[in-house]
Design a binder for this molecule. Sequence first.
Ligand code: HEM
Length: 466
Amino acid sequence: WWKKKEKKEIEKKNGVPKGNLGWPLIGETLDFIACGYTSRPVSFMEKRRSLYGKVFKSHLLGRPIIVSTDPDVNKVVLQNNGSTFIPYYPKTITELLGKSSILQTNGNLQKRVHGLIGGFLKSPQLKARITREIENCVNLSMETWKDKPLIYMQEETRNLTFQVLVRVLLSVGPGEDLQFLKREFGEFIKGLICLPIKLPGTRLYKSLKAKERLLKMVRKIVEEKKMKLESTDERSPVMDAVDVLLRSGGEENEAQRLPLDFISGNIIEMMIPGEDSVPMVMTLAVKYLSDCSLALKQLMEENIELKRRKTHLCENYAWTDYMSLPFTQNVINETLRMANIINGIWRKALKDVEIKGYFIPKGWCVLASLSSVHMNEENYENPYQFDPWRWERKEGNGNDNNSSFTPFGGGQRLCVGLELSRLEVSIFLHHFITRYRWVAEEDCVVHFPTVKMKRKLPITVIPISS
Ligand code: HEM
């Protein structure tokens, strides 16, 4: 009791942001979840922002927390990574991730792995090569659509992006291994949000078992790749993320090498942020375009023009062709802004810190709410309207220095898959738009616990005659 009183006094003196800690134990969690199930999940933040200001305190998922809906505060929180703020996840996620996961390590190790994987994923060599792979996956998948009476966009995009992901991370192509990875990974991630009870039969237990099976298989692939690497005389090209991590530290310097278990674990963990996000951006782009015929028309014209040019010149597409279509990039920006696939980033303060006059005491959690910024009238006019043209006007600024647009986070943990994701979505949209017309059935977006379409977005497609 005394400690509590003392803490309250310190908070009062230093000006912890205003807010309500809610009920004992559960705090304001029920309202937070209830808002998550509505079509406007940011209403939880909006209500409190109007009462207490852009940064307020609350009590969510078992702990006191400072919620920031202020882009400047979010920017500082994301930038001060490692020394002041570290990632904070619910207990089940921490348990499933493993201690050495890039998602929860800090300091030099995180910087090293981030630099290695980020550098590889945005290299022009990878983008040139992966463009062919993505085209193949997209075309093979779309080829089958014309014979299907109904297509579930969320499922189709999920299958094709998973293929790209495992290709980039560990060069696994279609076949039994791919099926195994898909099945076990699906089982593994079911436990990311569940009750933190680890007894046989529980969700968490089953997910941990699936991770063991995944680790066994990935470790085998990593070992085989290591042996191959040692037996090749010349330096063969770097093919995937496993290659990058295996080669790190140099040939002579054994002590600097990353251990095989570390590499295997991290490869699996890197699939977590990559697996669900890209297909959801594709699916939601199709959803928003289905509801906005003007945007669809302009997107189609831009992409048909590119296709015509390429066909006329008998040329393959370069990755830069896909990325250089300005309206297509505006559609992707607008989809990312509205979709809020990652709606917020959770951190924990390692020391007392003051940002913009708000005091955040050591040990407190901070939720940098990205969706509150993306859906705020102050930053975007008519924020609930799908308006790709806003990115041509002054208000939209889709670059990474814009603290009001952070779908990929920021600072030292800025998403390593940013450029790859944009490329995948651009290629998908180009081929879909120039190949098919479609009619979408009635469906709606569910935001909790993660962004999904309620009915997986069923559509019927009609091939465009050449
Ligand atoms: C549209 C798709 C994507 C979105 C919206 C997205 C979003 C994010 C965000 C917001 C973060 C920051 C998390 C934090 O600060 O704690 C992040 C980190 C990360 N993302 Fe992505 N991501 C996407 C695709 C991908 C893909 C395809 C990959 C893998 C190939 C990937 C791998 C990662 C990794 C490994 C991190 C952790 C980086 C670090 O902590 O150093 N993401 N992502």
